[in-house]
Design a protein around this ligand. Structure first.
Ligand code: TXA
Ligand code: MG
Length: 347
């Protein structure tokens, strides 16, 4: 097990992070909490350490990283151009779960940006993340602290489980508040464009950038689309994840049960349209049911944690009742679809 330092989630005192800062300065990798998910951090200008992030995650070098900074001024220092809309969005949403993609400044190492000429930047809101950025006094690149294509971690325990001793230090700042990754917006074009739906809703973003576009492939909020992608599994648990209509989720779960191993069943509410099945299933004890509620933010907060827990319980499959095809559920629907391995590819 890697060393774990536990720090209360509300701590913003950089003096508590001196050890973590030292590990980073020596070229180490430090997993730390943000308000979205845990990140696997390295100093952005330490090319060897950044390279190690890709190795530890098993992630292709062409997949660029997000640079975490304290504020807009420090973000601008990493960019070659700073469009006016960036300042407007940042004033509204930083610190917070908004990642902006802009042209990168020439001194940003190519290993950070996957060799490309753009850079993704965000200022996290989590007090511990901010304290760490203050303590190191420089940008920290951090992808989600999981193996490539696995579930993002929302607790320090998930990080330890996924990365073990390949990470030099884990800062345990409790469970992440939003539980789903930041929204990524490309600001290089004429109109801002969403590349990854996330913790900020489209409605929130449109209130600041009414001409917001959505990248092709993300346009439909349609969980039924049948377009297997090139990037088959992302945000996936170990167990097979199957989406089912809520009314059929119980019977699908029962049909996938291979006793004595249980099947996981994730629903928004306890109602089921097939009382017979539900009674049988709960009696048989072979279906582990988790009810996450009908409010998208609350659902997102516990989704990954729930999938981790079901995985740990040894389920053979996880059946998830479909979520509504509405904008409020967009990010959750995107992650669920990717977890089944049938989403279109994303950069
Ligand atoms: O909430 C989050 O964003 C978390 C926390 C730790 O900040 N980080 C995170 O990083 O989710 P990662 O590496 O798992 O996902 C970064 C996303 C990927 O979809 C990546 O393709 C996109 O951001 N991205 C990064 N740099 C980019 C760039 N230069 N151009 C386009 N997309 C970029
Ligand atoms: Mg990730």
């Amino acid at each position: 097990m890697p060393p774990v330092i536990e720090i209360p989630a509300h701590s913003s005192d950089p003096r508590l992070l001196v050890v973590a800062a030292e590990v980073l300065r020596r070229g180490g990798l430090v997993a730390f909490p943000t308000e979205t998910v845990y990140g696997l951090g390295a100093l952005a200008f330490d090319e060897r350490a950044v390279h190690r992030i890709f190795v530890v995650k098993g992630r292709p070098h062409s997949h660029p990283l997000i640079a975490h900074v304290l504020d807009e001024a420090r973000a601008m220092a990493l960019a070659a151009e700073w469009p006016a809309v960036a300042s407007r969005l940042i004033r509204a949403f930083w610190p917070g779960p908004l990642t902006v993609v802009v042209r990168r400044a020439p001194h940003v190492p190519a290993v950070v940006t996957g060799g490309g000429d753009s850079i993704a930047i965000r200022a996290p809101a989590h007090p511990v993340a901010r304290a760490l950025l203050t303590a190191v006094d420089g940008p920290v690149v951090a992808p989600s602290a999981n193996r490539y294509q696995s579930l993002s971690p929302t607790t320090a325990f998930h990080v330890v489980r996924q990365l073990g001793e390949t990470v030099d230090l884990v800062i345990d700042g409790g469970a992440c508040e939003t539980g789903i990754e930041s929204t990524v917006i490309d600001l290089r074009g004429r109109r801002p464009r969403v590349l990854r739906p996330g913790a900020l809703s489209l409605a929130q973003l449109r209130s600041i950038a009414p001409d917001l576009e959505v990248a092709p492939g993300l346009a439909a909020v349609d969980e039924d689309r049948a377009s297997p992608g090139m990037d088959p599994r992302h945000y996936a648990p170990r167990a097979r994840l199957v989406l089912a209509q809520s009314s059929q989720a119980w019977s699908v779960a029962r049909s996938l049960a291979v006793p004595p191993a249980p099947v996981g069943l994730v629903l928004r509410y306890a109602r089921d349209d097939d009382g017979e099945h539900s009674a049988q299933a709960s009696r048989a004890g072979d279906v582990l049911v988790r009810i996450l509620g009908d409010e998208p933010r609350a659902y997102a907060r516990v989704l990954y944690r729930t999938l981790y827990e079901l995985d740990d319980a040894g389920v053979t499959a996880i059946v998830v009742g479909r979520v509504p095809a509405s904008e409020a559920w967009w990010a959750v629907a995107d992650r669920l679809l990717r977890a089944t391995g049938s989403a279109p590819s994303r950069q």
